[in-house]
Design a protein around this ligand. Structure first.
Ligand code: XLS
Ligand code: NI
Ligand code: NI
Length: 435
């Protein structure tokens, strides 16, 4: 293995009282929570794109990071792979995720770019065997290259549709070969800038067609992982078709595709959709589609995808409550789709970001477990709906009452008794356990 992070040793759990900023204070992989190791609950992954491919540019200025693999073709790509696996191992992250474009430089033809991707996959195969780090998911970048400016699956040009299909196939093949546990589709440019030039119905149908081809192919090659769709309401396009969890679930059901997909839900995207992350996760869980999450945070005062590292305890506790109540991720995990800030230029900053993120999840998992086991939260919520458990309430719930029968009951009632929703009490219980 390379020794790029000279002098750094493996990040270990040292407990909440440790002063060491390069240690975990809460993430203790072997600690048992609800009968399962913490590592198995959380299944952390490092995102190749933010930590190794992103150069620190933004719309107002270019690269701020100095890394020896930038601009260096396939040699750079190989060095980047060395450093990436070094970081995964030092962090003790069990998984990573990547797009084709993160790991190999594009070449002048599709066939040559694919060769390069396969060459990197050869390297990954070896490194996976050496380090035990696994692939949580692979995906295709169908948004950076200008050929996709008008969409990939939803492009009005069938040649671009075909190019997108070929790219997806190449990435599914590589993901499958590397033992990837899921495959992600984020519709980066599947959306529109203006309806004036857009045939919405045609574009949605094209998207559904591409998704059913993906499902057919998955079965054909025997890929047993889940195909995950990642909702986002906007950015880069003004309106993205996979707007939020409910929109994606409705779209999949409408096209008879819901059995073959799950969701990959991202915190910052939830914020952009004006939802909370636990709302997005809950919607997916209700549909049996809580596949995986992209962990980060957005900014509540602006409207772009800031992809900051997770930091907010209460937000994460609310997410972990949904996760634990629904029996965990269905095959996925917690992928840090998060980048250190543009002026966080030290090598250590990538470690601090991940350590903080892993700790906030671990701590929130423990708090959510306590809330479920030791606080009155679950009981209070259940009691709020308890009158549906028997009598007329149960009849209604089981669909035994017609509207006329319901009206008969209603006609005989006085004003229903007022029952407090007790939001403040619920909030106080959460904060009493956040420690
Ligand atoms: C961008 C998305 C992207 C996906 C993978 O906003 O979050 O990074 O996770 O294509
Ligand atoms: Ni994401
Ligand atoms: Ni994002």
């Amino acid at each position: 293995m390379s020794d790029f992070f000279k002098g750094l040793s493996k990040v270990e759990y040292e407990g909440p009282d440790s002063d060491n900023p390069l240690a975990f204070h809460h993430y203790n992989p072997d600690e048992i929570v609800m009968g399962k190791r913490m590592e198995e609950h959380l299944r952390f992954a490092v995102a190749y794109w933010h930590s190794f491919a992103w150069e620190g540019g933004d719309p107002f200025g270019g690269r701020t990071f100095e890394r020896p693999w930038f601009d260096d073709g396939m040699d750079g790509a190989r060095l980047k792979a060395d450093v990436a696996f070094e970081l995964f191992s030092l962090l003790g992250a069990p998984y990573f995720c990547f797009h084709d474009a993160d790991v190999r430089p594009e070449s002048e033809s599709f066939a040559k770019s694919k060769k390069r991707l396969e060459a990197l996959a050869d390297i990954f195969e070896q490194k996976i065997a050496e380090t035990g780090v696994k692939l949580l998911w692979g995906t295709a970048n169908l948004f950076s290259n200008r050929r996709f400016m008008g969409g990939a699956a939803t492009n009005p040009d069938p040649d671009v549709f075909a190019y997108a299909g070929a790219t997806i196939k190449a990435n599914m093949d590589v993901t499958h070969r590397l033992g990837g546990e899921n495959y992600v589709l984020w519709g980066g440019r599947e959306g529109y800038e203006t309806l004036l030039n857009t045939n919405l119905g045609q574009e949605m149908d094209q998207m559904a067609r591409m998704l059913s081809m993906v499902v057919d192919y998955k079965h054909k090659i025997g890929f047993s992982g889940a195909i995950l769709i990642e909702p986002k309401p906007q950015e880069p396009t003004k309106h993205q078709y996979d707007f939020d969890s409910e929109t994606v679930i409705g779209f999949l059901r409408h096209h008879g595709l819901d059995k073959d997909f799950k969701l990959n839900i991202e915190t910052s995207h939830a914020t952009l959709a004006q939802h909370t992350m636990d709302h997005e996760m809950q919607a997916a869980a209700n549909a049996g589609m809580l596949g995986s999450i992209d962990a980060n945070r957005g900014d509540y005062q602006n409207s772009w995808d800031t992809d900051q590292f997770p930091y907010n305890i209460n937000e994460t506790v609310e997410m972990m409550l949904v996760l634990l109540r629904h029996g965990g991720f269905q095959g996925g995990g917690v992928n840090f789709d998060a980048k250190r800030r543009r002026n966080s230029t030290d090598l250590n900053d990538t470690f601090f970001g991940h350590i903080g993120g892993m700790d906030v999840f671990a701590r929130s998992l423990l708090i959510a477990d306590d809330l479920i086991q030791k606080s009155p939260l679950e009981k209070m919520r259940a009691e709020r709906y308890a009158s549906f458990d028997n009598g007329k309430g149960a009849d209604f719930e089981q669909g035994k009452l017609s509207l006329e029968q319901l009206a008969e009951i209603g006609n005989a009632l006085g004003e229903p008794k007022q029952t407090s929703g007790q939001q403040e009490l619920y909030e106080n219980i959460i904060n009493r356990f956040v420690r």
